[in-house]
Design a binder for this molecule. Structure first.
Ligand code: PLP
Length: 455
């Protein structure tokens, strides 16, 4: 190992960023506003406050202010698991024989097992500060529900989670973690909401989708006094909270006296990638330093690489605001791939706009190639990665191999968003060679695009 760069770079607790960074402030052309589905006009704060916490609505709508101070209680909570380490992947580099320097920012060092806790604690804090009784949400793979349960337990809030039915049945341990932290977990679609009943009636035996669970959670929030709905990705506020990942990485690189040439992250709704790239993208937007950014998505759910940039519904029940984003259509149900956290039909409006402006690249990768990368990484670097995170590993390995072939010594940073202990059925399918690669056809996508709102 090169002794000038440690294997792990930790920041001290007092080096935790004291503000989140809002990349929208540095974008000349801003992301398009959310639109009210009833009036088809941009959502006002009043529209959004019926569903979301008031302080979070302020963050959602603010595209001017670059820095939001992190409240002391949230910073204190962050100290339980942050700063997270920036790790130099020496063993992976050696195994690949690449001249590239590979770094990863590891977000799996907390019980929820992912970066989702960074936003969960912020959202729970603001709900509590507003005097609310509780929050409702949906969870697909289960990481977001787990993170939110932990945050709600800490602040003494009730937490009601609508969990996509197939995950509820396949991942009983995730459910038990949530219940241990005091959350109520309901399989979705359920018979406890009007929209859930309707979906069950129209699609008997359905195993649910993220879009359905969102509709149920929103209905539960607006029909229970003292409750609001919270969301773990896609929204501007979530990217803002996740900027903590990028800000810490930026500080760590500054201390090492180097900077990444390329930053890679997996993209489901875009929150970890948006957070990881934020300060580096800010430098690029302000013309201070150039850097490449790569979003990695599954070939089974290719919103950036094959989707349309259009206004679309965020949920199946069509009760949420419309967002302008790269989308596969709100009714698109991706095949049952094993990266549950990357199965959303849309993409963060911030990342969508940056991608549309050519500030960011996107690639899509095959599921079996992703698990080959996951296994290689586990055997070289020791950490058992989440399937979602392994999309970023795949692209980082491909980039490092290209560096070897072209004799380039670039510096690569990727986001390792979480650990894969609850995904062992997926690893089992890979180890048993029974994993398949489903890629939607152009026809299937066209059928879904035909249903996009005509607004
Ligand atoms: C949820 C999740 C993702 C994807 O969500 P983004 O909002 O795109 O970051 C990626 N990795 C893990 C481990 C997750 O839990």
């Amino acid at each position: 190992m090169d002794n000038s760069i440690p294997y792990k770079t930790y920041l001290a607790e007092d080096e935790l960023p004291d503000s989140w960074y809002n990349v929208r402030a540095d974008m000349k052309k801003k992301p398009a506003p959310l639109v009210n589905p009833a009036t088809l006009k941009p959502c006002t704060a009043t529209d959004l406050e019926a569903v979301f916490c008031a302080d979070l609505v302020k963050q959602e709508l603010d595209d001017q202010n670059p820095l939001f101070p992190i409240p002391g209680d949230i910073r204190d909570f962050y100290r339980m698991f942050r700063p997270s380490p920036l790790i130099r992947a020496y063993f992976l580099e050696k195994a690949l024989g690449t001249p590239a320097r590979i770094f990863y920012k590891f977000e799996g060092n907390n019980t929820s097992g992912s970066h989702k806790l960074n936003s969960a604690v912020a959202q729970a804090y603001y709900a509590k500060a507003q005097g609310l009784k509780g929050v409702t949400t949906e969870t697909g793979a289960g990481q977001w529900g787990t993170a939110l349960s932990m945050a709600c337990a800490f602040f003494g809030l009730d937490c009601r989670v609508y969990m996509v039915k197939c995950s509820y049945e396949q991942k009983p341990f995730r459910r038990e973690v949530m219940r241990t932290y005091g959350a109520t977990v309901t399989p979705s679609p359920s018979m406890t909401t009007r929209i859930g009943e309707k979906i069950n009636r129209e699609h008997p035996g359905t195993t649910g989708s993220l879009g359905c669970a969102i509709s149920e959670a929103v209905e539960a929030a607006v029909s229970n006094p003292g409750y609001r709905y919270v969301l773990g990705s896609v929204l501007n506020q979530v990217l803002l909270h996740q900027s903590i990942i990028g800000l810490e990485a930026h500080t760590a690189f500054r201390k090492l006296g180097i900077m990444p040439d390329v930053v890679i992250g997996c993209a489901g709704g875009g929150s970890n990638l948006g957070g990881l790239i934020a300060p580096f993208m800010g430098e690029k937007l302000r013309g201070e330093r150039d850097c490449r950014f790569v979003a990695v998505e599954p070939e089974s759910c290719p919103s950036l690489t094959r989707g349309r940039y259009a206004y679309d519904y965020c949920d199946t029940g069509r009760i949420c605001p419309l967002a302008k984003m790269y989308t596969l259509g709100a009714d698109f149900i991706p095949s049952a791939n094993h990266a549950g956290g990357l199965r959303y039909h849309g993409m963060s409006p911030v990342l969508s706009e940056l991608y549309d402006q050519g500030m960011m690249e996107a690639v899509s990768v095959k599921q079996t190639d992703v698990f080959a990368a996951a296994q290689y990484f586990a055997r070289t670097e020791g950490i058992l990665p989440a399937p979602e995170s392994s999309h970023a590993i795949r692209a980082a390995i491909d980039e490092a191999v290209k560096c070897r072939e072209e004799g380039r010594a670039e510096t690569i940073l990727f986001g390792l968003t979480g650990t894969g202990y609850f995904d062992m059925t997926a690893y089992q399918a890979y180890n048993d060679h029974s994993m398949s690669d489903y890629i939607p056809t152009d026809d299937e996508l066209e059928q879904s695009f035909a249903k996009l709102p005509k607004a």
